[in-house]
Design a protein around this ligand. Structure first.
Ligand SMILES: Cc1ncc(COP(=O)(O)O)c(C=O)c1O
Length: 375
């Protein structure tokens, strides 16, 4: 196979392109009707009252942390097994990300570890539904309530995931999604915040738009800045793409599930591979498919995939091992042994809705060939 099979890829069709072009030919490139339509559609899909769409998942996290009042001197408990933005944005607010180790089976933050890390400075808990598998929200909500902490969900991997029969979006005080091209639906770049809390909703809209608060009682032009905000706006043509993509979410999710079934069936007798699980009562949206290779040289395996035109990835080196987090907060190797052990063995295999049968077969055969070479 010559063409590289990436680990994730968007699925854009002619209808998506048509919808974007329609907006480009209209009067509203930004802050027009598509924005509200998109927000409403995502809120409805996730069963939440309010949605605020922004320019990226990272902008969504930053906005949420500001709306939550997270500031210098605060501590926030989160997982080390996530993309940098989850913790980076806490640092941008002046707070300390206090990592809590993951559970070996689900790869999500361990509720027992969360509780162990709570101090008088803790302001919030930030969960990440790793690879699309929802965290243990019954347990984590109890902890948040008991300690009077805000619960924030980084669900950038989890649009369409379900926990106990309910879609993600309303388990936390605020929930963040990303629409980067490898995610379940895309707007190019983009993100959204979901909440049932009207105060947070109003704050988030203000943060997105420079901190502008309109006061028409003083004249129709009149506004004031009470707190400085950002330009985190998303364009209307991006929202049109998002709306068109959302219409296909069920087929996208089903296709991801089918590919996961093919992998499961093909790898079930290979003892050296540990596959990601779906625990009781939860349904993963399967954003990525991170497998653990046991007793195998991971670097060699990674290079073998690349040499065979398979663009595997590693999600993720735990954040506490990055130089910044080590230097600034004193984290070191050994601080979170379960996340570290997972990382040493992990490789993410390709998984995206437009993956062809031939591509799936090629990935499976390459895994098997490498296994045969090394046993
Ligand atoms: C868990 C997680 N959080 C946050 C983000 C940031 O989203 P974006 O790339 O849209 O800024 C990502 C994106 O990859 C992510 O995977």
């Amino acid at each position: 196979m010559k063409k590289l099979i990436p680990y994730g890829h968007q699925a854009i069709d002619e209808k998506d392109i048509e919808e974007v072009v329609k907006v480009l030919k209209s009067d509203w490139l930004t802050q027009g009707p598509k924005l509200e339509q998109f927000e409403k559609a995502i809120a409805e899909y996730c069963g939440v009252k309010y949605a605020v769409a922004v320019s990226s998942g990272t902008a969504a996290l930053h906005s949420v942390y500001i709306a939550a009042g997270i500031k210098s001197g605060d501590e926030v408990v989160t997982t080390p097994l996530t993309f940098a933005a989850t913790a980076n944005m806490l640092v941008q607010c002046g707070a300390k990300p206090v990592f809590a180790d993951i559970k070996k089976d689900t790869l999500n933050i361990d509720p027992k570890e969360i509780e162990r890390r709570i101090t008088s400075k803790t302001k919030a808990i930030v969960t990440v539904d790793f690879a699309g598998l929802p965290c243990d929200y019954d347990e984590i909500s109890k902890i948040a309530k008991k300690h009077n902490l805000l619960l924030i969900e980084d669900a950038c991997h989890a649009l369409g995931s379900e926990y106990k029969g309910k879609k993600i979006g309303s388990f936390a005080d605020m929930t963040v999604l990303s629409f980067h091209p490898v995610k379940h639906i895309t707007t190019g770049e983009g993100g959204i915040i979901l909440t049932n809390n009207k105060d947070f909703y109003n704050k988030l809209k203000t943060i997105r738009n420079h901190g502008i608060v309109k006061k028409p009682e003083n004249g129709k032009w009149y506004y004031e800045i009470e707190e400085p905000g950002f330009n985190y706006r998303i364009t209307d043509f991006q929202c049109a793409l998002g709306l068109s993509q959302l219409k296909k979410i069920n087929s996208f999710l089903n296709r991801r599930r089918q590919i996961v079934s093919s992998y499961k069936k093909a790898f079930k007798d290979i003892r050296k591979i540990q596959l990601p699980i779906e625990s009781n009562g939860v349904k993963s949206a399967w954003h990525i498919y991170p497998v653990r290779f046991l007793g195998v040289d991971r670097k060699k395996m990674f290079d073998y995939f690349q040499a065979n035109s398979i663009g595997v990835q590693v999600h993720y080196m735990p954040l506490h091992l990055h130089p910044f987090y080590r230097k600034k907060f004193g984290y070191k190797r050994g601080s979170f042994p379960i996340a570290e052990k997972y990382y040493e063995r992990a490789i993410t295999l390709p998984l995206f809705p437009s993956m062809t049968k031939k591509e799936i077969k090629h990935v499976i055969e390459t895994v098997k060939r490498f296994q045969n070479k090394t046993t």
